[in-house]
Design a protein around this ligand. Structure first.
Ligand code: NAD
Ligand code: UGA
Length: 423
């Protein structure tokens, strides 16, 4: 079992830390946000993530999981130091490397001799070399180990990965890193750092492409009188296509697809390749958000000025409390800019948000609403009392941007209903 430091206790770092402790390693996880560390020490998770709380409390009880704000103390005796800090989108679309560089500068002199720095943050091709340069330590190996977990199933994804990618300069170092992930039968792709970094961006960009493709086909279905649900279902049976990531919706969002697709366009530009395909994927995504807004306005009679619009779901997808680059928020702001009063319900959101009234339950969000938009696919929304929803609304009108609800039941109750890509 190894002694491991994890720098950054966010979605990726915290999952990495609790799962590595669960696998038997001694883990010291740090963050600059003292409140976050205090919450974690008390056994509470700062974010909604299935299974994380249980493993966190087991790790704390076993003594194998420590939390602090002290990066230097964490790395002093660590055989492996995982970097899990943000790489947000910079003003020019490129990934902002300043968090990584700042941590590398700080820990460089204090890393245990001959230890290994493992970068899990999503970073531009060539970043492993940047970290090496900043560390200024010839005895330290720097490895790229991109993370493929999804929020909402982060623990499961970490413990049961489809593949483990390790970008290292020598086989011995790659073997040492792969040895940390005991009890997984996932294929290990040991490669060079630049290839590992490219695999991460290519994977996210491909998944975003699939969703944008489904959204484009949905637009076509609406115009052609076809049903996208059946189109993608039939497509998905072909194993060369696969059924995952073909659900049309309000467009993809979250902390990763938007920034990683933008970054890959810039990475390509920097090496002289015009990634027109990916630019199109991004454009389709922006159009999709606008299409949802336009539909809702049309369904509300051509204008939402001075009208109440109800919004169910605010997070960028279900099973997470993450609001980063959520299509729902974008839609709410666009409607608000058109004069709408937006009343929203989301099972994970209680704090106030600009231009959005947060309601305690889905029914009160619908009070006096001209139109209800379903923006996030929370399962609980399927099973509500829609007769009651209809009674409190000003008009029985639903724009279901996730194709979540059962249209026939709504038609029976006298609703006007539209989904995405439905005939
Ligand atoms: P996050 O914002 O949730 O967490 C990052 C954490 O790092 C924050 O809590 C922040 O306070 C902390 N931090 C910042 N500077 C620090 C420092 N100097 N020392 C210690 N802690 C510091 O971000 P995230 O979603 O976990 O993403 C981290 C990286 O992983 C990004 O590059 C992202 O693209 C990548 N990634 C994210 C996911 C995901 O599902 N969220 C999946 C795969 C890869
Ligand atoms: C995504 C990838 O799935 C992970 O493999 C990756 O590790 C991660 O990004 C990352 O690099 O951070 P995540 O952002 O948690 O994970 O969310 P996804 O489940 O991929 O969904 C992304 C967006 O696409 C969401 O807005 C979701 O609603 C949308 N989506 C997804 C659809 O609209 N339709 C689909 O069929 C699938």
């Amino acid at each position: 079992m190894s002694c491991i430091a994890v720098i950054g206790a966010g979605y990726v770092g915290l999952t990495t830390a609790v799962c590595l402790a669960h696998l038997g390693h001694q883990v010291h996880c740090t963050d600059v946000v003292a409140d976050r560390i205090a919450t974690l020490r008390s056994g509470m998770t700062p974010n909604v993530e299935e299974g994380l709380g249980e493993l966190l409390r087991q790790g704390l009880a076993s003594g194998r999981l420590l939390f602090s704000t002290d990066n230097i103390e964490a790395v002093r005796n660590a055989e492996f130091t995982f970097l899990c800090v943000p790489t947000p989108q910079g003003d020019d679309g490129r990934a902002d490397m300043s968090y990584i560089e700042q941590v590398a500068t700080q820990i460089g002199p204090h890393l245990a001799p001959d230890s290994i720095v493992v970068n899990k943050s999503t970073v531009p091709v060539g970043s492993t070399r940047v970290v090496e340069r900043v560390l200024q330590r010839s005895d330290i190996s720097v490895v790229s180990n991109p993370e493929f977990l999804r929020e909402g199933s982060a623990v499961h994804d970490f413990l049961h990965p489809d593949r483990i990618v390790i970008g290292a300069d020598d086989e011995g170092t790659a073997m040492k890193v792969s040895g940390l992930f005991i009890r997984t039968s996932a294929p290990i792709i040991a490669t060079d750092p630049a290839t590992a970094e490219t695999i991460k961006y290519a994977s996210n960009a491909f998944l975003a492409t699939k969703v944008s493709f489904a959204n484009a086909i949905a637009a076509l279905c609406e115009a052609a009188g076809a049903d996208v649900r059946q189109v993608v279902r039939a497509m998905g049976y072909d194993p060369r296509i696969g059924s995952d990531f073909l659900r049309p919706g309000p467009g993809w969002g979250g902390s990763c697809f938007p920034k990683d697709t933008a970054a890959l366009v810039r990475i390509a530009e920097d090496v002289g390749y015009d990634f027109g395909l990916l630019k199109g994927v991004i454009t389709v995504n922006q159009e999709q958000r606008a299409r949802v807004v336009a539909k809702a306005i049309r369904m509300a009679g051509g204008s939402v000025d001075g009208k109440v619009v109800a919004l169910w779901g605010l997070t960028f997808k279900a099973r997470t409390d993450d609001l980063r680059d959520s299509p729902a928020l974008d839609i709410a702001q666009k409607l608000s800019a058109q004069g709408a009063r937006v009343r929203a319900y989301d099972p994970t959101v209680r704090h106030s948000l600009d231009n959005i009234e947060i309601c305690d339950d889905p029914y009160s969000a619908c009070a006096n609403a001209e139109v209800l938009i379903v923006a996030t696919e929370w399962d609980e929304l399927r099973w509500l009392d829609f007769a009651k929803v209809g009674e409190v609304m000003a008009s029985r009108t639903i724009m279901d941007a996730r194709n979540l609800l059962e249209p026939s039941m709504l038609y029976e109750l006298g609703f006007m209903y539209e989904g995405i890509g439905l005939a």
